[in-house]
Design a protein around this ligand. Sequence first.
Ligand SMILES: [Mg+2]
Length: 366
Amino acid sequence: MGGSRMKIIDVQTMVVKVPVSIKIGAMPKFSATGTFVTIKSDEGIEGTALTHFSFSDLALATYIDSALKPMLLGRDPFLIESISKTIYNSTNRILFGIPQATSAVEVALWDLVGKALQKPVHKLLGGHKERVSAYASLLFWMLPMQLANTAKVVMDQGFKAIKIRIGKSLKEDEESIKAVRNVSTDLHVMVDANSAYDDIKKATKLAEVCSKYDVEWLEEPLPSDDVDSLSELRSRVSVPIVGGENDFGVYRFREILEKKVYDIIQPDVTRSGGYIAVRKIGGMAESMGVKCIPHIFGFGLIAAANLQMIGALSNCEWMESPFFPREFYLTKQLMTPDKEGLVEIPQGPGLGVDIDWEAVKKYRIK
Ligand SMILES: [Mg+2]
């Protein structure tokens, strides 16, 4: 490389669909799809990322191919902040254009830079840790009996923590939480309502139920847009109130932090603008005594991308591990927990993992 300047010469997209359907809260059922973005340099080094779920990957791929690619061609892939500003300022600053697309481009640039320098991204960001405790994040709402059985499977796989989906009714939610708590008093139990309640009185009661069963945190009990109600709720209850997966960018997170909305914020590098954005957001949180535990949900490279961020954050003590069939991670490294429930931050260059391209091609739809 020497003193010469590297140049981006191509950007390619590939849409995949794996045979899993997902049902979160009140959202309609949707297929697990994503767009692989590969950025190529004139030195033969390339970086790849996968977009977070969106309802139209064809729209995402078109946006990347037609709008973002021209902004990348000819640029030095090491000037990621500069490229990110170009994209942000060229997309009318509305949610960074399409946040899944712009975030994936930023992550792919870091993968490229990591591969050029032969270092994992977390070490380039100023590394903090090589291992992190993982919690199994369930994909669906389940009946209490199913939840209890799944909690046992999760523990057999080494996890010391589980996150369950709730939000049916206060009565059913309490039954769900109780069923999991009864499996083991040692299990850390996180509870995610995915914005199911829109009434602060009910949310307060739900938070009290969480305290009663020693729940680790209560996630998005109210609409994530309703920051004032969330802040009011947080001031009333003792269980930590958590959220941020549906929030994007530094300005939004500054508002969230100033309004004391959450005890833990959950920006996602594949949704909230990439590593530099989440580095800044995590730093703001740190200065206010708030934890920053990235959201991770989905298949493919989503976990690897966020694990690299976790490896660089000092105010992050958990990794969300989506309870997907591991074959759909589409990587050689499966990021499973050891006997202590710890997952290693992948140490390979860039995102740290090797993509199983044969598997990717098998699920390609465009
Ligand atoms: Mg969530």
